[in-house]
Design a protein around this ligand. Structure first.
Ligand code: AMP
Length: 249
């Protein structure tokens, strides 16, 4: 079976992001970019399903400008077989991305689509659910364990206060939680091989999708700075300050 994996290019999780001075967005100039960590987990899960003999082909898809090719190449180096870039420099929002992914699903007819549960830049946590609604496929979100057997899959989900187990019929949409697996690193030979793997590019117009944004960002600002703390010498000092300065006891 074919598995489609959605990978997003985001600011590397080690980078401390800064808003632009005019508050119109995040400053991306000279910032290290990477594959979204939850998408890396999605790629790893697809590779494991291929290693188990369940998947036969893994297609990595990204929506974004030309530079998103880098993240597709990373997925190819990790073990995906081919890539698709939906190329656009338009500001992208989850509904537009879900519509574009739906067009790719229609073209590719995968049995399983794996996405991250959340992109760490926008923290939207929407795309997988919207894609499930648009395709009409079953959905297993926040998966921490996936077992595929025949034409169904058992998915353990992390929910408030515990775990939920679902049995879902294929084709289905999965979104990955942090505990699903620990992604591997790409080896140098595989990074070299990935450069030769097939990567097709489509525009939203070629897929018949209007990707125009519907939500306007009004302002992006950093959280309020916290006041520096102090060290107290004794417990008595602490009690005195809590009583007379902070007035909390
Ligand atoms: P979000 O709904 O933005 O939190 O994203 C959830 C997941 O949807 C990500 O982890 C990706 O798997 C997928 N996704 C979101 N944006 C893109 C994109 N531009 N290209 C490919 N996949 C995406």
């Amino acid at each position: 079976m074919k598995i489609l994996v959605a990978v997003k290019r985001v600011v590397d999780y080690n980078v401390k992001v800064r808003p632009k001075s005019d508050g119109s967005g995040v400053d991306l100039a000279n910032v290290k970019m990477a594959i979204n960590p939850f998408c890396e987990i999605a790629v790893e899960e697809a590779i494991r399903l291929k290693e188990k003999g369940i998947a036969t082909e893994i297609v990595a898809v990204s929506v974004g400008d030309k530079s998103s090719q880098e993240q597709i190449r990373t997925a190819l180096a990790l073990g995906a077989d081919r890539g698709i870039l939906v190329e656009t420099s338009e500001e992208l929002q989850p509904l537009a991305i879900a519509k574009l992914l739906k067009a790719v699903v229609d073209k590719e007819q995968p049995q399983i689509v794996i996405l991250g549960k959340q992109s760490i830049d926008g923290d939207n946590n929407q795309t997988g659910q919207m894609l499930a609604a648009l395709t009409g496929y079953a959905q297993g979100t926040f998966a921490s364990q996936i077992t595929v057997e025949g034409d169904s899959a058992s998915v353990i989900r992390e929910v408030d206060g515990g775990l939920q187990t679902l049995t879902l019929k294929l084709p289905l949409i999965l979104t990955t939680d942090l505990r699903l697996n620990e992604p591997r690193y790409a080896s140098l030979p595989n990074i070299m091989k990935a450069k030769k793997k097939q990567l097709d590019t489509f525009t939203p117009a070629e897929l018949g999708v209007d990707a125009a944004p519907r939500v306007k960002t009004i302002k992006v600002e950093p959280p309020a700075e916290r006041k520096a703390g102090i060290k107290v010498a004794t417990v008595a000092d602490l009690v005195e300050k809590l009583k007379n300065e902070a007035k909390v006891i």
